[in-house]
Design a protein around this ligand. Structure first.
Ligand SMILES: Nc1ncnc2c1ncn2[C@@H]1O[C@H](COP(=O)(O)OP(=O)(O)OP(=O)(O)O)[C@@H](O)[C@H]1O
Length: 219
């Protein structure tokens, strides 16, 4: 569903951050994306999400050549991808419920058509009692789960999570991982960017490792 061929990326006139990346992400697959801090994990997530264009090479997303997409093609393709960014990007003036419902609301759906789905998803991530809370009074772990719920409300085919366990305590990290595994079992491809070796060692999953600009796949 995602395919990179000899992809390179540099920011402006800077050095090439990613070099000759060639790999695929299959439907229903589960993988970690790892490498030292600053290796380019977030950059790679942005390339997959089509929010960054490669400097060279070919990126195919859901069988569409990323270079041939027009601005009007992007929203529909991005809706098939769920992303949780490191800084969550929740809107502070909206409640958890409203933040999670936002992707459906902007499509013009009536609240009555999605209310039950949003509530069910919030319960699934353990935020059933925080639905009416605003992000500024929520803990990092709560915001992490709210951002996850927002990424999942549109039933994406692939979830990209950038350091989802980076700022949470070990019990919550385990709980989040159980949610990712369950999500994958239900059919969603999952990509988890992390530099937490202990976390990765608990799972027998594929690893995409970025080091010095190059990506190696360990199946
Ligand atoms: N918008 C940008 N403009 C210029 N350089 C950037 C930009 N974003 C990232 N970089 C640089 O690209 C490199 C890769 O950054 P990136 O955030 O992708 O790494 P990362 O592996 O996600 O790091 P971390 O684990 O610390 O989050 C770093 O050297 C960073 O300074």
């Amino acid at each position: 569903m995602i395919r990179f061929e000899n992809v390179g990326l540099r920011y402006g006139m800077g050095p090439e951050i990613l070099r000759d990346l060639s790999f695929q992400i299959a439907p229903r697959s589960f993988q970690f994306l790892t490498g030292p801090s600053g290796a380019g994990k977030t950059t790679l997530i942005r390339l997959i999400f089509l929010s960054l264009k490669p400097t060279r090479g070919l990126i195919t997303v859901f069988n569409r050549d990323a270079a041939s997409l027009s601005k009007t093609d992007l929203p529909a393709l991005r809706r098939r991808i769920g992303v949780v960014f490191q800084d969550f990007r929740l809107l502070d003036h909206l409640t958890t419920f409203e933040n999670v419902a936002l992707p459906l609301r902007v499509l013009g759906n009536e609240e009555s058509s999605y209310r039950a789905d949003v509530v069910e998803l919030l319960r699934w991530v353990g935020l059933g009692d925080r639905m009416h809370a605003f992000p500024p009074v929520m803990s990092g772990g709560e915001k992490q789960r709210a951002a996850l719920a927002r990424a999942l409300i549109g039933k994406p085919e692939i979830l990209l999570a950038d350091e989802p366990t980076g700022n949470v305590d070990p019990p919550l990290a385990r709980r989040l991982m159980r949610l990712f595994v369950e999500l994958n079992r239900l059919g969603t491809s999952v990509v988890i960017a992390t530099h937490d070796i202990n976390l990765m060692n608990q799972f027998n999953a594929r690893r995409l490792v970025i080091e010095e600009g190059r990506l190696t796949v360990y199946d």
